[in-house]
Design a protein around this ligand. Structure first.
Ligand code: HSE
Length: 394
C-alpha cells in the first residue's frame, strides 16, 4: 500500500512554484507526495499562486512527519544553513542550488552519509536532463574522458537571440529574466559563474574528482559584441558558451573551463537553441553521446525536483562509485586555439607577450588575433590586458 510522504519546501519563486505545479498536475497519477509546508521569508509578497501552505523554517524542521525537504531558494548562504540543518535533523534533502552545492558538496555528502538520509540534486544541473543520474549510474564504471556542454540556459538563450534574431544583448537578457531563466543576479549567468558551479558538480559525477571553483577557467558572454558576432557569422560558426572538462590517462583533469566557443555546424552543440541545455559525454570506447533537454525555467527544474522526490522515496542515493577525490588545479598545459578581440591601443603592447599568433585582422572596431596558447598563458594575458575571448575547439 502506498503511504503518503509529507514534503517541506523552502522557497516559492520560479523553482518552488515549478514543483508546486508539477505536484498538482501529477495528482491524477496518484503520486504519494503531499506538499505540507512552504517556508518563505516574506508572507505578504504577491505570488503567482495563492496557497494556505505558507509557513516558517521552524515549522518544517519541527514537523517529524516531514521526512524530505526540498530547498529551492537562490541565496546560497541561506541555502547552506537549510541544507545543514535539514540533514542534521535526519531529513532527506533535495536541492536545486548549484552554487551552494558546488561549494560545499564534500561536507554535505558527509552529513548525508552520517545521518543516513538522501541528498539529491538533479535539479541543480541542466534543468530537466537526468545527467547526474546517468553519469552516476549508467556510466558508473565507464572510462569517461571528456564532457562538453551548454549548461546555462540564459546565456544560450541570449546568444541565440543575438545570432538568430539580431536582438541586442540587453534586450535578450531582459527577456531571459522575464521568462524566469536568469538568476536574480544575472551576472551569475552572463559571467559564467552558474555554468562553472554546474561543471564542478558534473566533474564530480563523471570523474570522481572534486575541483574547487577557483580552478575552473571562466569567461562569460558579456564582452561578446557586434564584431565578435560578425566574426562568427563570416566564418559560418556559432558562438556558444561551452563548459568543458577533460581527463588524461592518469585520471587527472587536464582542462576545466567555461568559455565562449566558436562551434562548427557539424558540432551538435551548435544546434542547441533557446534555453535548451545539452551535454556531450565522451567515452573512451563509444565516443560521444548527447543528452539534451530544457535547461531552465519553472517546469524544467520542478520536474527534476519531482523526479528526485520519487527517487528518494524508492531509497535511491548517489553512490559516488568513482570516489570523491579532491583535485588541485587542472594541468591546463596543452595548447589551444583562441580568438582574442582587442582594441587598438592594446595591440602593440600585447604582440610581444601573445602566444603564437596565427592570423590578425580587423572587423569593425576590433582587432582580432587568432593564436595558440595554454590556459595558463591566457590567464597571464588577462592580468595585463583587456580583450574578448573565444575558443576554437580542436
Ligand atoms: N540561470 C540558470 C540558467 C537557471 O539560465 O541555466 C537554471 O539553472
Amino acid at each position: 500500500m502506498k503511504t503518503t510522504q509529507k514534503i517541506g519546501l523552502f522557497g516559492f519563486g520560479v523553482v518552488g512554484t515549478g514543483l508546486y505545479q508539477i505536484l498538482a498536475s501529477q495528482e491524477k497519477r496518484k503520486h504519494p507526495f503531499l506538499l505540507d509546508k512552504i517556508a518563505v521569508r516574506n508572507h505578504n509578497k504577491q505570488r503567482k499562486f495563492s496557497t494556505h501552505l505558507l509557513s516558517t523554517a521552524n515549522d518544517i524542521y519541527n514537523t517529524p512527519q516531514i521526512e524530505v525537504v526540498v530547498e529551492a531558494i537562490d541565496d546560497a548562504q541561506a541555502a547552506l544553513q537549510i541544507a545543514r540543518r535539514t540533514l542534521q535533523s535526519g531529513k532527506g534533502l533535495i536541492s536545486a542550488n548549484k552554487k551552494m552545492l558546488a561549494e560545499n558538496l564534500p561536507e554535505l555528502i558527509g552529513l548525508s552519509v552520517k545521518h543516513q538520509v538522501p541528498l539529491l540534486y538533479e535539479a541543480a544541473v541542466c534543468g530537466s536532463i537526468p545527467i547526474i543520474r546517468n553519469l552516476e549510474d549508467y556510466y558508473s564504471f565507464h572510462a569517461l574522458t571528456e564532457l562538453n556542454g551548454i549548461i546555462n540556459g540564459s546565456t544560450n538563450y541570449i546568444l541565440d537571440q543575438m545570432q538568430q534574431h539580431q536582438e541586442s544583448y540587453q534586450s535578450a537578457l531582459q527577456k531571459a529574466q522575464a521568462l524566469g531563466f536568469a538568476e536574480r543576479d544575472p551576472s551569475l549567468d552572463v559571467e559564467g559563474f552558474d555554468a562553472s558551479y554546474k561543471l564542478q558538480i558534473l566533474i564530480l559525477h563523471a570523474f570522481g574528482l572534486y575541483l574547487k571553483n577557483e580552478f575552473i577557467f571562466r569567461r562569460g558572454i558579456s564582452d561578446i559584441g557586434i564584431d565578435e558576432l560578425r566574426y562568427a557569422a563570416q566564418n559560418d560558426l556559432k558562438i556558444k558558451l561551452i563548459a568543458s572538462a577533460k581527463l588524461n590517462d592518469l585520471q587527472q583533469l587536464t582542462d576545466a573551463l567555461v568559455c565562449p566557443t566558436l562551434t562548427k555546424k557539424s558540432n551538435p552543440l551548435s544546434k542547441i537553441g533557446g534555453a535548451q541545455n545539452a551535454v556531450l559525454v565522451g567515452d573512451q570506447h563509444i565516443g560521444f553521446q548527447l543528452f539534451e533537454g530544457q535547461g531552465a525555467g519553472d517546469l524544467a527544474t520542478g520536474s527534476a525536483l519531482f523526479n528526485d522526490l520519487s527517487a528518494a522515496q524508492r531509497g535511491y542515493s548517489y553512490a559516488y562509485k568513482k570516489g570523491i577525490k579532491t583535485q588541485e588545479q587542472p594541468l591546463a598545459e596543452s595548447s589551444k586555439k583562441w580568438v582574442l578581440g582587442l582594441k587598438n591601443k592594446d595591440l602593440k603592447n600585447m604582440r610581444g607577450v601573445l602566444p603564437k599568433i596565427e592570423k590578425e585582422f580587423i572587423i569593425g572596431n576590433t582587432y582580432f588575433v587568432e593564436c595558440l596558447g595554454s590556459i595558463q598563458q591566457i590567464k597571464e594575458l588577462e592580468k595585463q590586458f583587456s580583450f574578448s575571448l573565444m575558443r576554437i575547439p580542436e
